[in-house]
Design a protein around this ligand. Structure first.
Ligand SMILES: [Zn+2]
Length: 173
């Protein structure tokens, strides 16, 4: 196989990641922050989907990934979670990286990076993005290996954020 060939799994990854980005737009359309995530089994079947609900549920902890993992541990088996991949429109933050670790997720694929998000939001009370500690740095401190793939489809993921923040960024004077 040459380097330019795409494996089935990566084509599958991109299809599922696109769905997570669709969910990010859906979250924004409902009045929440523009983040989406899903869990899929090794064959690519979607097990669960979740969106950010920080505003509609008035809980700043309700990121797409934390919502997803809370749902997953309630209704899926540990084996299902352990073999699933978590797809998310944006790199998991420190809280969600911890939730993935403690929730038993072993693989994640993300769209835009936390640095990409910070570049869009800047210093912003509405979305006070952390300064890119990086999910790999957090997950590598754990006691088991968690595979991380990303960033991917950055332009598509950022486009949703740029649309969301178009009228929410501090005005430059
Ligand atoms: Zn998060």
């Amino acid at each position: 196989m040459t380097e330019t060939e795409t494996t089935d799994s990566s084509a599958l990854d991109m299809r599922l990641l696109r769905r997570a980005i669709e969910l990010s737009a859906s979250a924004a359309a409902k009045g929440n922050m523009a983040f989406g995530a899903l869990l899929a089994d090794p064959e690519g079947n979607i097990l669960l989907e979740a969106e950010n609900t920080t505003f509609t549920e008035r809980n700043p902890l309700n990121h797409a990934e934390s919502n997803l993992i809370n749902k997953a541990v309630a209704i899926l088996s540990p084996e299902q979670i352990a073999t699933a991949t978590l797809y998310t429109s944006c790199e998991p933050c420190a809280m969600c990286s911890g939730a993935m670790y403690w929730g038993g997720v072993n693989r994640t694929v993300y769209g835009m990076s936390e640095h990409d998000l910070l570049a869009i939001t800047g210093v912003n009370d509405h979305c006070p993005t952390m300064r890119g500690v990086g999910c790999r740095n957090i997950l590598q401190s754990g006691q088991r290996h968690i595979e991380v793939s990303g960033p991917h489809l950055v332009e598509e993921a950022c486009a949703v954020q740029l649309d969301y923040f178009a009228d929410r960024l501090p005005q430059s004077s």
